[in-house]
Design a protein around this ligand. Structure first.
Ligand code: SPV
Ligand code: MG
Length: 440
């Protein structure tokens, strides 16, 4: 064999994969790529996949094994970032192979970076035509359906917190708002930005029914809303269970939520007639004793059947102006009773007290997830929360608050004009609204 031939055969060819499902289209591409030289497959780590699309269904180790056992694959490596920059600098492959679909759309910035990395050392980009086969779309649909099943959905919240450090949740109070939470996506620097989870707010569920947020909308009614949302979505759910009710009732709530696939229930340490926290001390609200609330948490933990269901204790000491020491004392006591996470709530305009709590809490507890609801101190960005040791940011009422003024304006516009023509410009075209719900 001539030296030239050997050199050609030994050329490294690099392809990167994030897919959960390997189909014949991928196999075809892999076969073609393997003919170019020694094929190295970069498998995106779970962290990398979660950071730019959704949580992977199949964990990294399994995806890696899958590729390692394919014919024509020389080696499998971990690609730790969406960007190819680091891995290309390390491997310096002669070829990078990709489908041509990334020439446009949100992956273009990633492609542009690959092109400039290859130019630095004279590498070549090979793009194979991307296959838009209907059957691959169906496969993807089936993967999504599997993600909606309770056992698949439930554990994804704690996994996402572990992988990403900080996750976000947006409120949903109906099937339609659930669809928005599920599908709203924006593209930024080659990444698809979307919400990780949904918040089943008691405030929004009550408001949507024209009722006050005082546990009047009971758990049976709340479960109806939950089921409507779960029917049309796949993302993990954080359920606002108010005070959790009586300990004897809470154990049933835990089992039901767990069975339905909810990932986390949050209960607040109040007793008696619960009022919304944003009222603070303007209304009469009573905080539960540490002992009683700890007992409720312990009973809930004992009742659950799986290991991935989380009970989060929500502390109202700052809302009710009971002080930082009380909030911290409660946090430690509730964790001792079995709480898997702590939500610290505040209604101040400034984040100072939440930051102080996080700092003091993290001084002794590095790992219990911390949850915040920054409705009033909404100037803080997600990256700042992350830097301060917060793990879950809940946007608790924004779809409800955005929807109501739009509906009110439409109603007033019709009344003012005695017809609906003028209203059209603020309404979604009816041709679009009938397509809003995806057909089976
Ligand atoms: C809710 O959304 O129902 C909450 C958060 O419990 S708050 O309204 O801020 O109390
Ligand atoms: Mg609530």
């Amino acid at each position: 064999m001539t030296a030239k031939l050997r050199e050609i055969e030994n050329r490294l060819v690099y392809m990167s994969f994030s897919t959960d499902v390997l189909h014949s289209g991928h196999i075809k591409m892999i076969k073609k790529a393997a003919r170019l030289g020694r094929l190295v497959i970069g498998v995106l780590t779970d962290e990398a996949v979660a950071s730019y699309k959704r949580m992977p269904l199949v964990p990294f180790a399994e995806r890696k094994t899958l590729f390692a056992n394919l014919q024509g694959v020389y080696k499998v490596v971990a690609q730790e970032e969406l960007s190819y920059k680091k891995i290309l600098a390390e491997l310096q492959p002669y070829y990078v192979v990709h489908g041509d679909d990334w020439r446009q759309g949100f992956q273009k910035p990633v492609r542009d970076e690959v092109v400039s990395c290859l130019a630095e050392y004279g590498g070549v980009l090979v793009e194979f035509p991307y296959s838009h086969d209907e059957k691959y779309k169906q496969l993807d649909g089936r993967t999504r359906e599997a993600m909606a099943m309770p056992d698949r959905r439930r554990g994804r919240l704690s996994r996402a917190i572990r992988l990403k450090g900080l996750i976000t949740a947006i409120e949903a109070h109906s099937g339609l708002t659930g669809l928005l939470a599920e599908h709203t996506v924006i593209y930024e620097e080659g990444r698809a930005q979307q919400f990780d989870a949904m918040w089943l707010s008691s405030l929004c569920d009550s408001t949507d029914r024209g009722k006050p947020d005082i546990e009047l909308v009971d758990i049976t009614a709340r479960l109806r809303t939950l089921d409507d949302i779960m029917e049309v979505t796949t993302k993990p759910v954080i359920f606002d269970a108010d005070t959790g009710g009586l300990k004897e009732h809470f154990v049933y709530t835990v089992r039901t939520l767990e069975r339905m696939g909810v990932s986390m229930v949050i209960i607040e340490d109040k007793t008696g007639l619960k009022k919304n926290s944003l009222f603070g001390t303007e209304v009469k609200q009573t905080q539960e004793t540490i002992e009683n609330f700890a007992e409720k948490i312990a009973a809930g933990k004992k009742a659950q059947k799986t290991t991935d269901f989380m009970i989060c204790a929500r502390i109202e000491s700052l809302i009710l102006e009971r002080g930082m020491e009380d909030a911290l004392k409660r946090a430690h006591a509730f964790i001792k009773a079995g709480a898997d996470a702590i939500m610290i709530h505040s209604r101040r305009q400034e984040p100072d007290e939440v930051f102080e709590f996080a700092e003091k809490f993290r001084a002794t507890d590095k790992c219990t997830p911390l949850v915040v609801v920054p409705t009033s101190y909404n100037q803080v960005t997600e990256s700042e929360f992350k830097a301060r040791g917060i793990n879950v940011v809940i946007y608790a009422n924004h779809l409800m608050r955005a929807g109501f003024p739009a509906m009110q304006k439409a109603a007033e516009t019709i009344l003012r004009n005695h017809r609906s023509l003028e209203c059209d410009e603020i309404c979604m075209p009816f041709k679009q609204i009938i397509r809003l719900i995806p057909a089976e």
